[in-house]
Design a protein. Structure first.
Lengths: 303, 320
């Protein structure tokens, strides 16, 4: 592997990895607080991309298809889809909170399918173009061209994740979240409004996924109803690699998975059509040898 | 061990096999199923054959989901393993169809161990998402290998022969699937009442208590998972023989979802409920023929509504 290819794959890996990290973070936060694998998370990412595209095409009339439009789309989509996450929690997950584990999982699956089915019904399964006008200016490292867009995307996702980490570790609500994730009953006795904390967690996790969705849509230039399915699986893999329930773990896992995928699929005997198989192979290896992930605590079942 | 003495737990209960209220409608349904192809046209027989296929698959998944309480989202993968093993062996290597069934069962067992052994030690949520990934892996492998015929699939799978009689028409496969469905139901009934079946119920209701009375949780879950895998692979063999051509698109995530819907719709863990759910799922595409892209949404809303408003299914288990 030449140096150029190495740098190129490093850049690709970092970009894909920061998308994975954003989505894994939401996965991990929700899991940490209510111990539920939110299957709908990948679909929330997809909905975020669609809401972003709708906002973008309205706003674009006034502010153009440049950065301002993308930022508007990002913020509005994060807000709207964050609220959607709260609604899903309120109507699908809250009534099931004391139900058997299997019922909760199937409900989560149902919520995911409803979001996905709605998107399919509304778009008819078409690919929609996300035509941005961000330019291709950038810097050159040997023969590899890195655009400013790519740098901004990576920086923006790192900023979002750092903000989240600060929120969870420094604020009162962050402390409440950590308390609920350790012991929901005891937190309630200490006067924490558990329902509100859970709603807030869903809001933040969904907003992060939506942010990832808008960025991915703007970066790849295309939005599709099925884009969340594989993304949800990979975000889960990233969360497991980093250690599920851990905020820094999700970021680390996302970036590692992105790099692993970029370098893995450029190996001569792997090839890009085997990329997903490679990712799930990694997931299974991690579950066999290090199920707690790199930065996580024990996850062996004790219901 | 002690398992035999704790039969009073409602979940294990007494089998309903011998109750007249169950036996009579069951016999009537069986009689109807036996004579159906004699007066129904080819279309009805075709739909009924699909329904029987779903009955087999849903009963198999019910062992995993209903009995052991594990969520398997990639069940179609085992169906694919069976169909492709049988298809490749007959079409490429000229095997006799009946000999491919044990090979397919062994292949499903190996696949079940690879996926189940590492994940079943962890939280049950992990199994759900790993099986989801596994379902995709199997589809991607089938699409990218030469021996599986790639994206266009495998063609020219030979029709099976039994005592010199070759299964050709829809009716023949209808009866073949009926036999398989009855066989599966029989296996489910016997396993439900066995020591293994009771162990599953205990694990499903309280893992720690189950471990406390000497049940190996991981072994019990793995047994359920592999038994489900084997049933799906046998259904896959017969499916490949019926279709004579299979492609990766028959084994998508949606297929796994439909099978799961069948189990959940009728009532998890109970054979009559699961059979009802399977038949409803098989009729769904016929009913929703005009719905087009709205079809997945209808399926999704059905699943969510069942879970929220009738979590024990349309025909629930009265024992619990």
């Amino acid at each position: 592997m030449t140096l150029d290819l190495l740098i190129q794959q490093l850049v690709n890996g970092l970009i894909v990895g920061s998308f994975y990290a954003l989505i894994a973070l939401g996965y991990s936060m929700v899991f940490g607080v209510i111990k539920l694998l939110n299957f709908a998370h990948g679909d929330i990412y997809m909905n975020g991309a669609f809401v972003g595209l709708i906002v973008f095409s309205f706003v674009g009339i006034w502010v153009g298809n440049g950065w301002l439009g993308v930022v508007c789309a990002l913020l509005v989509s994060m807000l709207v889809v964050g609220l959607l996450g709260v609604v899903i929690e309120r109507f699908a997950y809250r009534p099931m909170r004391n139900a058997p584990r299997l019922s909760i999982l199937i409900t989560a699956l149902g919520a995911s399918m409803v979001l996905n089915g709605t998107a399919l019904a509304l778009t008819g399964g078409r690919h929609y173009a996300f035509n941005t006008d961000l330019g291709f200016a950038g810097i050159d490292i040997s023969t590899v061209h890195i655009t400013y867009t790519q740098m901004v995307l990576v920086a923006a996702s790192i900023a979002l994740m750092a903000g989240m980490q600060a929120f969870v570790s420094r604020t009162m609500y962050g402390k409440a979240m950590r308390a609920v994730s350790i012991d929901m009953g005891a937190s309630r006795l200490m006067g924490i409004d558990v329902d509100r904390v859970i709603a807030l967690t869903f809001f933040m996790g969904s907003a992060l996924a939506a942010g990832g969705g808008v960025m991915a849509g703007a970066y790849y230039g295309s939005v599709h109803f099925f884009m969340g399915f594989i993304m949800g699986l990979k975000a889960f893999t990233a969360a497991v690699i980093g250690g599920i329930g851990s905020v820094p773990g999700a970021m680390l896992g996302g970036l590692l998975l992105g790099l692993l995928e970029a370098f893995g699929s450029s190996l001569p005997f792997v090839g890009s059509e085997w990329r997903d198989v490679f990712v799930f192979g990694t997931l299974i290896l991690f579950l066999v040898f290090k199920p707690t992930g790199l930065l996580g605590r024990s996850v062996v079942e004790r219901v | 061990m002690m398992i035999d003495e704790v039969r009073t737990m409602p979940a294990a209960g007494q089998p309903q096999l011998m109750r007249w209220s169950v036996v009579l409608p069951g016999l009537a349904a069986l009689a109807l199923a036996l004579v159906l192809p004699q007066f129904a046209n080819a279309y009805v027989t075709e739909v009924a054959t699909t329904a029987l296929l779903y009955v087999v698959l849903c009963l198999g998944l019910n062992i995993v989901v209903g009995y052991a309480g594990l969520l398997d989202l990639g069940y179609a993968a085992f169906f694919a393993v069976g169909a492709y093993t049988s298809g490749i062996l007959t079409a490429e290597f000229g095997f006799n169809f009946w000999l491919t069934i044990p090979v397919a069962m062994a292949a499903a067992c190996v696949a079940g161990i690879i996926i189940g052994a590492p994940t079943l030690r962890l939280r049950s949520d992990y199994l759900a998402i790993v099986t989801l990934g596994f379902g995709e892996i199997v589809r991607i492998i089938a699409r990218n290998l030469d021996i599986t015929g790639g994206a266009s699939g495998l063609i020219g799978i030979e029709r099976p022969e039994i005592f010199g009689f070759r299964l050709m028409q829809v009716q023949h496969f209808y009866y073949a699937f009926l036999v398989l469905a009855l066989l599966t139901a029989f296996v489910c009934l016997s396993v439900e009442r066995s020591r293994m079946g009771r162990a599953w119920f205990y694990v499903r209701y309280d893992e720690d208590a189950a471990a406390g009375i000497g049940i190996n949780r991981v072994t019990a879950k793995l047994q359920a998972y592999m038994m489900g895998a084997v049933i799906a692979s046998v259904a896959g063999c017969l499916y490949a023989a019926k279709m004579t051509a299979i492609s990766p698109e028959s084994f998508t995530f949606n297929q796994s979802l439909l099978i799961l819907l069948g189990v959940v719709l009728g009532g998890m863990g109970r054979i009559p409920g699961v059979v009802l759910g399977a038949i409803l799922v098989a009729l769904l595409p016929e009913v929703l023929r005009g719905a087009g892209t709205y079809r997945p949404l209808v399926t999704a809303v059905a699943l969510l509504a069942i879970m929220l408003f009738r979590p024990n299914g349309l025909w629930p288990d009265k024992r619990v």
